[in-house]
Write a protein that binds this ligand. Structure first.
Ligand code: SF4
Length: 277
């Protein structure tokens, strides 16, 4: 048993209450992200990541999960760029923040307006650029817009850029950190100069090295996972997120289910815990 075999087995697990396996949902997500990247190459800002940006603004990067769900529902029916009109934005915010404090409402209104204004400018700029310059400019400028206009933090920016098909962006969250530390992947792949387990960049670098070294044989839509650390992050999320209303396996969640885990023979934590039993 090695990590590649363990990831194969995780990918083939069926999500609770669903007919789909982890691989099915990852393949679908992967295709959606590639479509977003295609839109950028065509000179357009893709709308799904813009919706996500608005959702992050309203829900404080998903911390207010009930608002995240509400925003997603509201935006299904709307073109996000219509929110540049004051009446549309107010009607949207009225629906999202029915019982919220006015400061929260005003703050979201200001950020959404400046975010969408900058998105519109970027869209106009992309159209004028030669095709071979669009991806690079989009990646740089969209990240800046997310940070400065929408006030979205590092993890949120990486999440949105990964979903735009920039697979080197790894949104390191609590699940990722817990997984990298428990399994010993961080201990093996962090370099001595980047070995702080509380540092976002050090964790992301260890993850990239791990993927390159150990996941060449595991494929997603026919492509090796070693080149797509952002997608490996998503597999870890489905594997580690607690089972709630969102489909996930919840195996390496806060209370790890090591007995049923496909990685138990290679995981540092499991080996230490069960070596005497
Ligand atoms: S063996 Fe346990 S700690 Fe290790 S990855 Fe699996 S669930 Fe997590």
């Amino acid at each position: 048993m090695n990590f590649a075999e363990g990831f194969e087995r995780i990918s083939n697990l069926r999500l609770p209450g669903k007919k789909e396996t982890v691989r099915d949902v990852i393949n679908r997500d992967f295709n959606d992200f590639l479509k977003n990247k295609e839109r950028v190459k065509e000179g357009k800002v893709p709308m799904q990541p813009v919706r996500m940006g608005i959702s992050f603004i309203c829900s404080r990067s998903g911390r207010w999960a009930y608002l995240d769900t509400k925003v997603r529902e509201q935006l299904k029916e709307r073109n996000p760029m219509d929110l540049l009109r004051d009446d549309e934005l107010e009607s949207f915010l009225d629906d999202v923040y029915a019982r919220c404090d006015t400061r929260v409402y005003k703050d979201a209104k200001k950020k959404i307006s400046q975010f969408l204004g900058a998105v519109k400018n970027l869209n106009d700029k992309l159209k004028r650029l030669p095709e071979n310059e669009r991806l690079k400019i989009f990646e740089e400028e969209f990240e800046k817009i997310l940070k400065t206009k929408a006030n979205i933090g590092r993890k949120g920016c990486d999440n949105i850029l990964r979903d735009c098909g920039f697979f080197d962006h790894i949104p390191v969250d609590i699940h990722e950190r817990r997984f990298l530390l428990r399994t010993g992947i961080f201990h093996k792949y962090a370099s001595p100069k980047a070995s702080d387990p509380t540092d976002y960049d050090d964790l992301a670098k260890a993850m990239v090295s791990f993927c390159k070294e150990e996941l060449k044989e595991v494929k997603i839509n026919g492509r090796p996972l070693s080149n797509f650390p952002g997608m490996v992050d998503l597999i870890i999320w489905y594997f580690s997120q607690k089972r709630t209303e969102q489909p996930s396996l919840g195996i390496c969640s806060k209370d790890p289910q090591c007995e049923e885990c496909p990685l138990k023979d290679v995981c540092f934590f499991a080996i230490q815990q069960y070596k005497h039993t």
